[in-house]
Design a protein. Sequence first.
Length: 292
Amino acid sequence: MSSQKLTVAVLGTGIMGAGMARNLAAAGHDVRAWNRTIARAQPLSDAGVQVTADPAAAVAGADVVLTMLLDGPAVLDVMRTAGPALTRGAVWVQSSTVGPDAQSELAAVAAAGGLLFLDAPVLGTKAPAESGQLTVLVAGPAAARALAGPVFEAIGSKVIHVGDDGDGGAASALKLVLNSWVLAITNAAGEVMALAKGLGVDPDRFFEAIEGGPMDTPYLRLKASAIRAGDYSPSFTVEGALKDLTLIVDAAERRGVRLDVAAAGAERFRRALDQGHGGDDMAAAYFASFPG
């Protein structure tokens, strides 16, 4: 348990935010949570989290505000709604995956409200969020990082300091690079399993062939196992994966970089979404290999 008790507002208690809120409460912090669909936040009450009906009630008097929402527009909307209740000098830990290009506008909202702004996306999915084993990527001033330290300690097992300027989006840029790799492996796992099915190949022979070698990765096995078991309980959804890959492709294009594999991967997630798998785990992109 951290020796410094903070009042923390968690805005967004979906797959990731719920686990983060629970771990903050378990670490002894006073945690308030808000979610657009309040029913999704209500179970947090059992963990000692105060669930509020609106974001302003959550942030009033908070030392730290943590946002874990779907995208940049959602973050802007919620923080502008909460604006009058925000405490000047509070730290805003912006952990939503919004891409580096959204950070200047978010930082401007922080500055207008007198907040210390941290660009702090996290690497991990549902299980690491629930176990407090996320990797926190953080950019922002040292004073803000120090104040938010107990929060990072509660939600993560590793903190990577990317820079002192939260406005420039350095941490969010790193998050997109990392996600491009994760999502590429996810799509590759789905295509490998689909090809094996189409060719009548036993997937066990595939894994036997790569076992212990450089092509063998735990994450490939994790997603392939979900596909083989037909278990698409979401750790990270198809909808979220599509949003992130769209951010990745758009951010690259603005900088003159063409990402053919990422663009094709986004199309696979889009087809899976259209097939009705938007709320399923992103491994369900497997279904994009077959007629809808």
